[in-house]
Ligand binder design. Sequence first.
Ligand code: SF4
Length: 583
Amino acid sequence: MRDHFKILKVDLSAGKAEVIRLEGRNEVAGGSGLAAVVFNRYGYFSRPWNHPEQPLIFAIGPLTGYFPLMSKTVCAFKSPYHDQYTESHAGGRSALSLAFAGIDALVITGRSREPCCLAVGSRNLEIRPAGFLWGLDVIRSGKILRNMFKTSSGHRSILRIGQAGEKQLAMAGINADTYRHFGRLGGGAVMGAKNLKAVVINGDAVLDQPDSRGYADLYKRVFKQVIDTGMMKKYHDLGTPANIMTLNSLQALPWRNLQASSDPGAEGISGERFAKDALLRNIACAGCPVGCIHVGFVREKFMKDNRYMYKQVAYDYEPIFAAGSMLGVSDCFSVLNIMDVMERVGLDVISGGVAIAWATEAFERGLIGPEETIIPLGFGNVDACKKAAFYLGTAANDFYRLLGQGTLKAAERYGGSEFACVLGQEMAGYATGELFFAAQSLGFRHSHLDSGAYSFEQKHAEKDVEKMVDFLMEDEVPRAFLTSMVACLFARGVYRPEVLSECLNVLGYEKLSMNVEQTAHKIRSLRWKTRFACGFDPDSITIPKRFYKVKSWKGPVDPAYLNALRSRYAERLKALADESQTP
Ligand code: SF4
């Protein structure tokens, strides 16, 4: 196995590429750690996110292709949302395609003079003009791209943007192989700023066979653990939408822009309801035996000849919250219809839904009117939600263009920041209480997956600031290593540090295998150092008043406790960034 990283760096301005050997495998492992090293080498802390020289990075880990569920790719960039370094993760096929192409990280710099798509493989690289794709939505462009790049379709991954990315909206995601997304914090806008409609990765080579005799035995053991644990059943059967009824009963499911945290309508969008009425099939990321991706169907009638068209939309808990309860929609097919619009234009569904929920409340309060929203908005009005999603993703006017840069940006101009459900970025759908609100606000990716706060809080009602912040700080460390392995976080119960150590050792990464914990700390520090170097100030992040009004299973939110958690977490993060050396 390689003890160095193989980087493919493509400069779209010059139309050139180079293969770079980069040391550091034993220090940062891959994935998140590798992406941070690459950004420190090729990125610019003080230049804006859309400067042509800023890199867009796709990185994988050393176990990809060798062990199950090592199926994610880490996409790293300077975010249009806050102009700071960030990561967004996606499954699909890109991780295995990169592994089969023999690339640890694909780094894209520069800006193409005209819209283009980039195709890379182990032996070839092509930058093709793609003006004819510009303006097309994610589904239509996907069909054309699949026809344009027919080779090695089994190991081919297609990453592309819709109109939201082309318009450089901070809520624009990158679609990965139709049913997965680098959704959060605006990776799609970075592609748009580079005039890059799509990246096609051809996994056209073969992986080196591990020499070690123990590999086959260890693989079998890990595979068995994956399929024998409850994880397989839980994620395969109902999947994450099983959380809808649980969170609703805990008064932790945001409804109508978090004006309520539970509602009898939850049954209509529950995991059980989706599975019974709308589920078409389960699919899996490449290299995963679990298959947690639930694909539902929506039926659309052609008006002229009375025929029906069926569309397929993948669903998870968070998009159901954003396109469902948050908008006051409690019918599973209506939720899929709204999600379908956002998917097509290439919006991050979570941010898009939360933004439209804010706009709906602002409309009802008279802060904005049809001059801004084009159509009247109302909670539960499915047609209005679909139209607003389209207007938002296509930046149909100044209002939607501004909203697409972030709900708080629109609220600064039109008022209503007190009910903007933003925790660093639009909330992820867990109104579990003070710990989650502090955790998402200050977390590295402002993601519910930065730590297990949403889950921990469902079992811990005690108000112990030091204990809770200790949890956040400690829980982030193994996650930083897992995302450097690019493991699916659903497998975190299987891939404990000692198992990861064995996996690395059997593949020949002996030094790294002996230093898992130390390396995990190093990666976590490096990521935060990089974010702070871009201007991150945890004290500047505010938690809107709406979160202080929430009543969850623990009772009403305690403002003093929430503020204490936020301040202490901010102090600990600042100390973390100070204690390690300059990146
Ligand atoms: S469990 Fe789901 S998200 Fe994770 S790798 Fe498997 S299919 Fe992908």
